[in-house]
Write a protein that binds this ligand. Structure first.
Ligand code: NAI
Ligand code: MG
Length: 367
């Protein structure tokens, strides 16, 4: 099948790392491993410069029609003073909202060649491969009331509200169990049912979904504070971790630091399956931003972006074996001592963004 892919390169280093994704896509097509119908559009500051909007309706229509969206990064100091509704991040938020991307997937994979760049000891992280599934559209970041009130006696009161409905927990749990079946068949669900009502419901619904439809998957419950501790003590005990928006935000950043650099981390955000077409909306993007400090220098690390393409192949296009080959090529290039500046290690050869893309394609060719 031909994959309909929308590329949104965005701002800063976005176009530089997206160029290397195109190089890998070109290789996949030449080898007959995948075929793509590619569209491109603007998002973020570059869309504001052209249209005075962070993303246009036309681009949104293209995103909805695509099988998957690949986004690089948005933002930068150039757009610090644009109207709030048109700020670069508004483009990202609209994509997430209109595509209903409720499940955020953050893998933490530690390539052996970079194990010494982790904040932890080599034996703790070498070969690490875990996946955090974070609920992205509910919880305390969105719940109402959300207010700061002046109490009049020199005191103020701030309120945020954590709300979860059964259907929101049910659908994220199903994403986690489905993913676990393609991996090591284990899900760790995390909340704080000891002090939070939402935690009680979370645990109850995840258990119910498990017992009804996923008995073959191992399920464990782990309080979020204890999980944070376990993540830095012995992260290899986990496979898939499923958690709410707030805990997921914190836990995924902890997991990110187990693996080294920001330039290495891909992510995916999945939406609901459309009942009529059977299609699941999806957006894939590196965790890093537009890195204005290095934009235009040709030194950005394209691996997070190329890893995001691999995730699209695995999760949207059912081509996990092609994704494995891309990740193996990345690992091979790192093993050969090639590094972009952000992941430089002693004795390694520091190369440009383009040279890293070329090296990954050469490694794919050689495999
Ligand atoms: P950042 O992720 O852009 O950069 C943080 C640091 O990491 C910088 O020193 C940068 O040079 C480095 N870095 C990031 N990606 C790299 C790569 N691929 N290769 C080598 N080095 C890399 O975060 P920062 O500086 O906080 O934000 C910069 C801009 O990006 C802001 O406008 C921010 O709003 C935006 N941003 C956008 C995101 C997105 O599009 N999803 C996410 C985070 C920030
Ligand atoms: Mg965060």
């Amino acid at each position: 099948a031909t994959h309909k892919l929308l590329l949104l390169a965005g701002d800063g280093i976005g176009p530089e790392v997206m160029a290397e994704v195109k190089r890998v896509i070109g290789w996949l097509e030449r080898e007959g491993l995948a075929s793509f119908a590619i569209e491109e559009d603007l998002v973020g500051g570059s869309a504001y410069d052209a249209h005075k909007q962070a993303i246009t309706d036309a681009a949104m229509d293209r995103a909805k029609a695509a099988d998957a969206v690949l986004l690089a990064a948005v933002g930068g100091p150039k757009w610090a003073d644009v109207p709030y509704e048109a700020r670069p991040e508004a483009g990202l938020l609209r994509l997430r909202k209109d595509l209903e991307l409720f499940a955020n997937l953050r893998p933490a994979i530690c390539y052996p060649a970079l194990a010494d760049a982790s904040s932890l000891k080599r034996e703790v992280v070498e070969g690490l491969d875990i996946l955090i599934v974070r609920e992205l559209t509910g919880g305390v970041y969105f719940g109402e009331p959300k207010t700061i009130t002046d109490l009049g006696n020199g005191q103020k009161r701030a309120i945020d509200t954590q709300i979860y409905d059964t259907y929101e927990i049910d659908r994220i749990a199903r994403v986690a169990f489905d993913l676990a079946r393609t991996r090591r068949n284990k899900v760790t669900s995390s909340e704080k049912h000891n002090v939070m009502r939402t935690g009680v419901l979370w645990k109850e619904v995840v258990t119910k979904v498990h017992d009804a439809d996923y008995k073959d998957v191992e399920l464990e419950h782990n309080l979020a504070d204890s999980l944070a501790m376990q993540l830095v003590r012995w992260p290899k005990q986990f496979d898939v971790i499923v958690t709410d928006n707030l805990f997921g935000d914190v836990l995924s950043d902890i997991a990110a630091m187990l693996t080294g650099s920001l330039g290495m981390l891909p992510s995916a955000s999945l939406g609901a399956v459309d009942a009529a077409t059977g299609k699941r909306s999806a957006m894939y993007e590196p965790v890093h931003g537009s890195a204005p400090d290095i934009a235009g220098k040709g030194i950005a690390n394209p691996i997070a972006m190329i890893g995001s393409l691999a995730m699209a192949l695995r999760y949207s296009f059912n081509q996990g074996e092609v994704a494995d080959r891309i990740e193996a090529a990345i690992s091979g290039v790192l093993d050969a001592g090639k590094r972009t500046a952000d992941i430089r290690t002693a004795g390694a050869e520091v190369i440009s963004t383009q040279a890293m893309g070329e090296a990954i394609v050469a490694e794919l060719d050689a495999a």
